[in-house]
Design a protein around this ligand. Structure first.
Ligand SMILES: Cc1ncc(COP(=O)(O)O)c(C=O)c1O
Length: 393
């Protein structure tokens, strides 16, 4: 068994990395330590690298399609890890989950129709709706006793009052880290079933459920949920392959699948990325061991941050994650407005984090921190933050 060294630092500069090379392009100062965008500072699993190198050696990169072995690998992963049995015909490959959600918006709704999201939520959920000329309806999550929950009464009222046609579910939820329980997803399915709402479930973070929590595939909660949803998955978060732009959308209902595929083809999105296919298949066939080691490392990273906050920065409250490698931290006790908080983080601490308001106004006073990096990077980041805070000066 290969033992991976997640402590090792890797230079990502000059790789066209958004995280490391795009600061000026995105209006940020050079030199900030980046813990924002959701990719990892770790190389992917060795079997994936080996498969890519072998494919590259062939030297010919013409038009490609997903083979039966590819679909078997994707299906095998869903069954082995989540007990979800699927048919290969359900799978539609897309060049990313954001593209899949935008396709769902166009395929399942008309201009002006209402689409519901639950802020604070991953920011493209808003733009996928508004940039396609649909009406955005929000049912904010409720933050109570340090934990987030859905407000089912508000959810159903908003659905009914606005004639919502589509719900973009973030399962598990980025940024608040909830791994929705089967019971919660059943209630979502009941409400959506009563009102004829299609659900697009973004399950890109499916593999990061923490000990004591599980990932429940939305389509697995009931027959009727399966008939009226799409489930968006990808190896990109799990195996750090975002740049290969390869994701798999499961659509059990043939009518919805036909509508989705028609929209997707009309956008010219149905070609495959040769390297994406190879990497996804290798990851799903041979990556489980790497993932287990990664998750154990991430647990220790989380323990480091929790301890650091408890002892050195008790005014910052960690929202205990149930899944994902993204931490949602409540900074409201600092008494700063969002501009002041951002200034402190960037100008004083020298960090690049995602400010909570990017995820909707409900994120005011919070920051999102990506802990998928070597521990020494986290130590640098949190030490800098502690130094920047007034009581530490
Ligand atoms: C919830 C969620 N969905 C989708 C994405 C991006 O997906 P893709 O790169 O496949 O478009 C991210 C990336 O951070 C995410 O957190």
């Amino acid at each position: 068994m290969t033992r991976y060294d997640f402590d090792q630092l890797h230079d990502r500069k000059n790789t066209s990395s958004i995280k490391y090379d795009a600061a000026p392009l995105l209006g940020k100062k050079e030199g900030l330590l980046p813990l924002w965008v959701a990719d990892m500072d770790f190389p992917t699993a060795q079997p994936v690298i080996d498969a890519l190198v072998e494919r590259a050696r062939n030297g010919i990169f013409g038009y490609e399609f997903a083979s039966p072995a590819y679909f078997a690998a994707v299906q095998g992963w869903m069954f082995d890890h989540f007990g979800w049995e699927t048919d290969w015909k359900w799978i539609v490959r897309t060049p990313g989950v954001v593209a899949a959600l935008a396709t769902a918006v166009r395929a399942f709704t008309k201009p002006g129709d209402a689409v519901l999201v639950q802020p604070p939520v991953y920011y493209p959920f808003f733009s996928d709706v508004t940039q396609n000329g649909r009406a955005l309806v929000t049912s904010p999550l409720v933050y109570e006793d340090g934990r987030y929950r859905m407000d089912f009464d508000d959810f159903e009222r908003k659905v009914a009052d606005n004639g919502v046609k589509l719900f973009l579910l973030c399962n598990p939820h980025n940024p608040v880290g909830r791994a929705w329980t089967r019971g919660e997803l059943e209630r979502v399915a009941e409400i959506c079933g009563r009102h004829g709402v299609i659900v697009a479930s973004d399950e890109i973070h499916e593999d990061f459920a923490r000990p004591g929590h599980e990932h429940v595939v939305y389509a697995s909660v009931s027959e009727s949920a399966a008939r009226s949803c799409i489930v968006c998955t990808a190896p990109s978060k799990t195996f750090n392959l975002a740049g290969l732009q390869t994701s798999n959308v499961f659509i059990p209902n043939p009518t919805l699948r036909k509508r989705f595929k028609a929209e997707y083809k009309s956008g010219g999105l149905d070609e495959a990325n040769a390297f994406g296919l190879v990497a996804a298949q290798a990851a799903y066939e041979h990556g489980a061991d790497w993932l287990a080691q990664l998750k154990s490392y991430l647990e220790d990273n989380l323990a480091f941050v929790r301890e650091f906050l408890d002892t050195r920065l008790p005014m910052l409250k960690l929202v205990e994650p149930e899944s994902t490698y993204l931490l949602w931290i409540d900074c409201s006790a600092l008494g700063l407005n969002d501009d002041e908080l951002q200034q402190l983080i960037e100008d004083e601490a020298g960090l690049w984090l995602d400010m909570g308001t990017m995820f909707g106004e409900e994120g005011s006073g919070f920051v999102r921190v990506n802990i998928a990096c070597p521990r020494s990077t986290l130590e640098r980041a949190f030490t800098a933050l502690a130094r920047a805070l007034p009581s530490e000066k």
